[in-house]
Design a protein around this ligand. Structure first.
Ligand code: GLU
Length: 378
């Protein structure tokens, strides 16, 4: 895979549409295709890449299993289909990865998980932990409980939110089209293929049109929306045709559209932390802790002198030195109540204090932004 555009990435989210996984005529899984993409992914894992999959297909598979194909279904039957199909979907992925001794983990997501900070942090930690354990997280929307008002409805935008959440450096959307064209997919004119998009302008958006394939709900419009989310979060996005066998290996020789990220994930997170207006918690720390932060370490409760205000795990908090100067901001790893009990204590003692706690940082180094005035102290 020498010229493969994916080779430079470390953490990749792959979005797989229903029309690739399921044969439109028979309604059953395209097992040969599934086998081939799992083979590709196992190769990527061998070279050290971390892979997260966003897989559609639950509804289509469930309809087939329940004998509900080719019928217009009310929402509750679609949701019942998703619930049955999701099991078949994960079993299929699991069986293929099993051949390579790779474990898979299922995560079902609703928009509130990616939008609410606390749930966001939990989902992010679970996915990162699965990756650390060498497993492949397989994500879908929680279709069987999501209602019309609280659902993405398409896995394009969901996969972009996931890529931004896990700070992937690339989102690969495997689709039934090989990228963006100068004319919308439904137009009479085929238009010219666009290999590279540096900025998503209104002109680019107009090229997406409204069309969707008959199996997937997304179409090019939601893909360009996904590209907006991704590129603003520091994630490149590639749209490529996935229908061929070994679609990832094949990328080296095929057409695709690359949307280039406007920033890097770290800078995007920093902006997000600094851009939060509502900060309800303040933490006052001793000089030892200040030094630790300046050296790039996490904020541990041992260095905390005082906790003020109200906050929950996942909220942004301000960090002050002994001279009451705000030196950093970051994402709280515990609530103010826990922080107040934990302050001044060693990490080992904190583990015993709170049931179920495994991380004792008050603010993890990855979620901490030093403010400019702290640099003077170095
Ligand atoms: N979540 C849906 C499913 O698994 C698919 C949504 C989409 O195709 O974008 O069936």
């Amino acid at each position: 895979m020498s010229k493969n555009p994916l080779n430079k990435y470390k953490r990749l989210v792959i979005k797989i549409g229903s029309s690739l996984l399921i044969d439109a005529k028979s309604g059953s899984l395209r097992l040969d295709w599934l086998t081939s993409i799992v083979n590709d992914i196992a190769e990527l894992k061998k070279i050290g890449m971390e892979i997260v999959i966003v897989s559609s297909g639950a509804v289509m598979l469930g309809r087939e299993i329940l004998g509900l194909r080719n019928k217009k279904l009310p929402l509750e039957k679609l949701q019942a289909s998703a619930s049955v199909g999701q099991i078949a979907l994960l079993q299929a992925w699991g069986a293929q990865f099993n051949k390579y001794e790779i474990n898979v983990g299922q995560i079902l997501i609703t928009p509130d998980i990616t939008e609410q900070r606390r749930r966001f942090l939990n989902a992010k930690i679970t996915i990162s932990t699965l990756l650390e354990l060498g497993a492949v997280p397989i994500i879908n929307e929680n279709d069987s409980v999501a209602t019309a008002e609280i659902r993405y409805g398409d896995n394009d935008r969901l996969s972009a939110r996931v890529a931004s959440m896990v700070e992937a450096d690339c989102l690969l959307i495997l689709s039934d089209v090989d990228g963006l064209y100068t004319h919308p997919p439904q137009s009479e004119v085929k238009g010219e293929h666009i290999p590279l998009v540096k900025f998503i302008t209104p002109k680019i958006e107009a090229m997406a049109g409204e069309a969707a394939s008959h199996l997937a709900r997304g179409g090019m419009k939601t893909k360009v929306e996904a590209a907006k989310i991704s590129t603003l979060s520091g994630t490149d996005m590639i749209i490529a045709k996935g229908a061929v066998l070994n679609p990832i290996k094949d990328l080296a020789n095929s057409k695709y559209t690359l949307f280039v990220a406007n920033t890097c994930p770290k800078a995007a997170r920093k902006r997000w932390i600094l851009g939060t207006l509502e900060i309800t918690g303040k933490i006052y720390i001793d000089d030892g802790a200040v030094k630790a932060l300046l050296n790039g370490n996490s904020l541990l409760p041992i260095g905390v002198r005082r906790v003020e205000g109200e906050f929950s795990r996942g909220d942004i908090i301000s960090i002050f030195d002994e001279q009451n100067v705000e030196i950093a901001r970051g994402l709280a790893g515990m609530s103010e109540k826990q922080a107040d009990i934990a302050k001044g204590k060693q990490s080992g003692a904190i583990i015993d204090l709170f049931e179920g706690i495994t991380r004792t940082e008050l603010v993890h180094a990855d979620n901490l932004v030093l403010l400019n005035n702290s640099e003077k102290k170095q």
